[in-house]
Each structure stands twice: as C-alpha cells, then as structure tokens.
Write a protein that binds this ligand. Sequence first.
Ligand SMILES: C[S@@+](CC[C@H](N)C(=O)[O-])C[C@H]1O[C@@H](n2cnc3c(N)ncnc32)[C@H](O)[C@@H]1O
Length: 308
Amino acid sequence: MPRSSPRACAASWRRRPGDTAGPVPDLGATLRDAVRRLRAAGVDGAEGDARILLLAATGLDRVALIRDPDLPVTPEAALRLEAWLARRADREPVSRILGRRDFWGLGLVVTPDVLDPRPDTETLVAAVLDGLGARRGAPLRLLDLGTGSGAILCALLAELPAATGWALDRSAGACAVARRNLAAHGFAARSLVIQGDWAAALAPGAFDAVVSNPPYIESAVIPGLDRDVREHDPLAALDGGPDGLAAYRLLAADLPRLLAPGGVAAFEVGRGQDGDVAGLMRAAGLAGITTHPDLAGIARVVMGRVVP
Ligand SMILES: C[S@@+](CC[C@H](N)C(=O)[O-])C[C@H]1O[C@@H](n2cnc3c(N)ncnc32)[C@H](O)[C@@H]1O
C-alpha cells in the first residue's frame, strides 16, 4: 500500500459546510476504538495489532500517528479498517490480513501456502551467523530445508554477501512464495528454489551451512492450538508426527552426507525438544553441539558442526 503524507490523507477528507454526517473520526480516537474492539474479542496483543492495521488502512506511518493524532480518517480508510478488524477479531493473524510480515528487518510476502514466519526464528539466523564466525565473508553454500516463505534464507543472504543459497520445500505454493521473496530482495541470482522431499535429491558434501525450521508440533496437540495458528498456518508446516521429532530424525541423519568439512547445521526446535534434537545430531556424528535461547529464554536452536 503506498504511503501518503499526513497532510495528503487529511486533505482527502474534509468536512464541507452543510454536511450532515456524524463527527469525523480522527486517528487517535479510531485507534482507541480499534484497540477496544480487539480486546473485547479477546485478541492477544490488541494494541499492537490495532496500530499496524490502522497504519496500513490509512497508508500513514507511526510518526504521523504520534505527531498528528487529530488527523481525520477518510471513509475509505475507515471501511478498510472495519473489515480488517472483523477478520482479526475472528482470529486471522495480521500478517495474513495484510499479506506481509517483517522478518530480520526484511518485508516478506506471506500467503496461505506458507507458515507465518515467527520472530523466534530470528534466533536461528543469529546463531548461524555466529557459528560461521570469520567465514562470513566467504563464498559459502547454504541450504534451507523446508523454506516456506524463504524467510531464513533471505535473512542469511542479506548478511552473507558472497553466499549462495538453496531453498527447498515440498509445497509448490511455498516454493513460489520463496522465489518471490528472494527476488524482491535482490537474491534471485544467488539462490535456487527447489521443490522436493527434504534433501533426497541434493548432491553430497555440498553445503557449508544447513538450516531448518521443520514442522515440530506433536500431531495430537494440533487440534488444541490457538485458532490463529490452527486455521491459518498450513498443516504441513506444523505437524511433526506423533512425538514432534519425525522431521529431525530424517534431517539429522542426512547431515553428514550434506555438509562440507567444517560445515554447520542449525535446527529450530520446539519447547523442550533441544535435548532430543541434540542427541540426534550427536548420533549422526556432529560435534560441538550448542543450544541457543530465544528472547523468552526458551532453548530455540540446536547447532552442531562437522569436524574437518
Ligand atoms: C515450520 S515451516 C518453516 C517455514 C520457514 N522455514 C520458516 O521458518 O518460516 C516447515 C516447512 O517445511 C515444509 N515441509 C514439510 N515437510 C517437508 C518435506 N518432507 N520436504 C520438504 N519440505 C517439507 C513445509 O511445507 C513448511 O514450509
């Protein structure tokens, strides 16, 4: 949505003499009303969500909201916001409503074909960059297994200017979204998106870093998840089998074949899965296993490496 200046937005909706309509809502009052409505519907994070939706509906930025809370909201913007608030109150995530999400400072397209990338997954990006250490400027070869929107690979390519990345997903829809995001950020020439069943089709010994945020939720838990997740993230992005570890077993066992000497592997894990996943990496022959907490202090990433 194009951004307009506060004054342009205000100018497009001015009360004329003789108008009989009710009071023109301003930004501040509209925001307060939106927060009230989302809170009443029991939406977590109502204030942040209301602010994002109001700014998107008006095409304004945060600064306008702080500086000019008395700016009038146009009828078109009010209608847009009205529809979006109803969808949010019905538990559709903001990123689904707007079709975009920020990840690692990059704006990404998200569609119903992909997992809504979570801030926790930025822990994986940070851990891998840390694990690569002095090699960050080298022409590294990266592999993102189960790429979804391409979020992880986009973030890594943004930080590793000489690297090349392979993004793989079983879902054709996800591959299309990943391609779109990689191209939008200028990484088309440094990346290849492949539709496939994990890494079966890939050549051995080729990668300096293998990363994955695989499906890791226990199948039996899925029906009890929040509606925001259960009804809007693809099942194939969530379901990790009976104990949540099905994908890790396959992926960890394949790491020695995929990684080049000295290569690192990092997996995002669900709460309490770090010990099991570290054990799977160790059993596959990886060394130097470390775990990395997310901002809530939960062990979120397990990383290991192939000793040269
Ligand atoms: C939890 S999502 C992660 C998406 C993205 N990497 C992220 O962090 O936002 C897991 C992804 O793995 C993909 N996937 C599931 N099973 C797969 C398989 N057997 N082979 C390849 N990809 C698979 C799903 O389609 C989904 O996009």
